[in-house]
Ligand binder design. Structure first.
Ligand SMILES: NC(=O)C1=CN([C@@H]2O[C@H](COP(=O)(O)OP(=O)(O)OC[C@H]3O[C@@H](n4cnc5c(N)ncnc54)[C@H](O)[C@@H]3O)[C@@H](O)[C@H]2O)C=CC1
Ligand SMILES: Nc1nc(=O)c2c([nH]1)NC[C@@H]1CN(c3ccc(C(=O)N[C@@H](CCC(=O)O)C(=O)O)cc3)CN21
Length: 290
């Protein structure tokens, strides 16, 4: 199914994101995660590719294929181009097509000094245009409520985002954020700039302090006072921090849905317990059809 069709049929859409297990972990671990996520009936599941610039991309296509063919859920395969040339991207697209994966999140990718860079594609918009020219895929893109850290300012960032959409991105997933007002301001800028595709809000329930530190260094999300207070109060009490992190994410989601958001994209971090707790808390909020 084309991703834009999904947003015509449902509001709000609820989607999940998983990452492939590390090379040293058995592949079965992701299937245990997906068994549990499947029961929560997400509208689609996306699979990262070289998350954080890790270079770990060997399993993205296989996992996306299983999401479709084993679990009957719509998959989106992430694809980054920062370390790939046209031939490598073409080969990856062929493999996705052979496996029946029709939706791609086209990304530039994180720059990792330990992984050689290639220059066939400078930006995600170049990859998007390349995929659309070849045909056969629906393309989604990433967007940044607080601006991407490499952008000079928020206006420049929105103009770049408009280029991505004009190149063929038909749906956007936001970087994670902890302050909904930043997301609403971003939405306003995007709509004024003429970006009319569905925009999903990326929500990450935080479950431990180390993970938050890693995410802040990777994503640059700003942390509101009440969030920092919560982390500091419970940093040595893992269960309390987990429950507080779930409650914080639910609070964000309830407010986003009340404000008519197109969709919620939950960064599950392969933790089905947390995804389940959140889904239980918002069960009746998901019942609205367009
Ligand atoms: N590996 C994964 O699964 C995921 C990775 N990410 C990360 O998000 C970050 C950025 O990725 P994307 O949003 O895909 O990159 P992007 O290419 O859209 O944007 C990267 C930077 O380039 C600028 N830019 C974009 N298009 C431009 C153009 N046409 N001309 C001039 N400047 C332009 C943007 O404003 C931004 O500062 C990366 O760090 C990426 O890895 C985000 C989500 C998932
Ligand atoms: N700049 C950036 N890069 C990304 O890859 C990215 C974003 N932002 N924002 C949204 C999501 C979050 N993603 C992430 C980020 C980090 C890990 C990560 O740290 N993975 C660890 C394992 C963590 C664990 O086992 O709990 C790894 O080593 O792969 C995974 C997905 C992918 N996405």
């Amino acid at each position: 199914m084309q991703i834009s069709k999904l947003f015509e049929q449902k509001s709000p859409v609820l989607s999940f994101e998983v990452f492939p297990p590390k090379k040293e972990s058995p592949i079965e671990t992701i299937y245990q995660t997906l068994d549990e996520l499947h029961d929560l009936s997400p509208d689609f599941i996306s699979v990262t590719y070289s998350a954080g610039g890790s270079g770990g991309n060997h399993l993205t296509c296989d996992i996306a294929s299983a999401i479709k063919n084993k679990y009957g859920i719509l998959p989106i395969a992430h694809l980054t181009c920062v370390s790939a040339d046209k031939e490598q991207i073409s080969a990856e697209l062929d493999r996705l097509k052979e496996n029946g994966v029709e939706n791609i999140l086209a990304l530039r990718g994180d720059i990792n000094p330990n992984v050689p860079r290639k220059y066939d594609f400078a930006h995600a918009s170049d990859l998007t245009a390349f995929i659309k020219e070849r045909g056969g895929f629906s393309v989604s893109g990433a967007c940044y409520p607080e601006g991407h850290y490499e952008s000079e300012n928020l206006i420049e960032d929105i103009l770049h985002l408009k280029k991505k959409v004009d190149a063929g991105a038909e749906h956007l997933i936001s970087q994670l954020f902890f302050d909904n007002d930043l997301f609403y301001s971003f939405l306003e800028r995007a709509r004024i700039a003429g970006i009319s595709v569905p925009i999903e809000a990326g929500i990450m329930p935080v479950v431990n302090k180390k993970q938050i530190e890693r995410m802040v260094s990777l994503c640059g999300a700003s942390l509101p006072q009440k969030f920092v207070k919560m982390i500091n109060r419970y940093e040595h009490n893992p269960e309390a921090l987990r429950d507080a992190g779930i409650a914080y994410a639910v609070d964000q989601i309830v407010d986003l849905i009340a404000n008519g958001v197109d969709g919620i994209h939950l960064y599950t971090m392969n933790n089905p317990y947390i995804a389940r707790k959140i889904c239980e808390s918002i069960g009746a909020l998901r019942q609205t059809n367009v």
